[in-house]
Design a protein around this ligand. Structure first.
Ligand SMILES: [Zn+2]
Length: 214
């Protein structure tokens, strides 16, 4: 049995204690993800371009990621937000230190209902802070759209007239990239409004063969 003055830390995904504790979990003040769960999440750090825009997706979209995103988005499990980037954050903080983050547009009433914007919670701590440049004008869900409808996503987006991205380096962040239609439409808006440079960072990327299924 493990003796400890404080409560035994446990993985926030599988709820198992870190045993045997690794050097990382001992040194880490707030360990939240065990090595097995991290492996099951399928980290890939995929680098590719979407219409010429440099993009990084940290994981392949699989059942594990799907379940974790559902816990966060659907069930409002706020603690889940910090798990996704726990191992990549030091690098990402350094890499994007002079970028402003623009979160994928969400429909405000949904966030109010949930109590938080899940994308912002995941990427918090990276870059120079958030600029809420783009909003959704309705509660349309990407998952309910077919491939052709997704390509028309721009019609559901609106620019926040108070947002200023002129001359700024922008990192567009989202949880999931499927066809990339939302990310591309948003990046076009950002460039149109004067952003100096635009990059995309997502938690996960669906394999190409899944793109046309929904
Ligand atoms: Zn675990």
């Amino acid at each position: 049995m493990m003796k400890s003055n404080s409560a035994t830390p446990f993985c926030k995904v599988c709820f198992q204690p870190f045993s045997p504790p690794s050097l990382k979990t001992i040194l880490d003040r707030d360990p939240c993800l065990c090595a097995r769960c991290f492996r099951e999440m399928g980290p890939v750090n995929l680098c590719y371009t979407l219409e010429g825009i440099k993009t990084i997706s940290l994981y392949r979209y699989n059942e594990k990621i799907k379940g974790m995103l559902f816990d966060l988005k659907g069930c409002g499990d706020y603690e889940m937000a910090k798990v996704f980037l726990v191992n990549q954050k030091p690098y990402l903080k350094h890499r994007f230190r002079d970028y402003y983050l623009v979160p994928a547009p969400s429909f405000e009433p949904k966030n109010i209902e949930r109590g938080f914007n899940h994308v912002e919670e995941i990427f918090t701590g990276i870059g120079k802070g958030y600029i809420h440049a783009i909003m959704k004008i309705d509660g349309i869900k990407q998952a309910d759209l077919n491939y052709r409808q997704r390509q028309q996503i721009g019609a559901h987006l609106t620019w926040n007239p108070k947002a200023n991205v002129v001359g700024k380096k922008i990192l567009f962040v989202d949880d999931l990239i499927t066809t990339g239609a939302t990310a591309k439409a948003c990046c076009h808006l950002l460039m149109k409004h004067g952003a100096k440079e635009v990059r995309i960072l997502s938690v996960a990327k669906t394999p190409l063969r899944q793109n046309h299924r929904k």
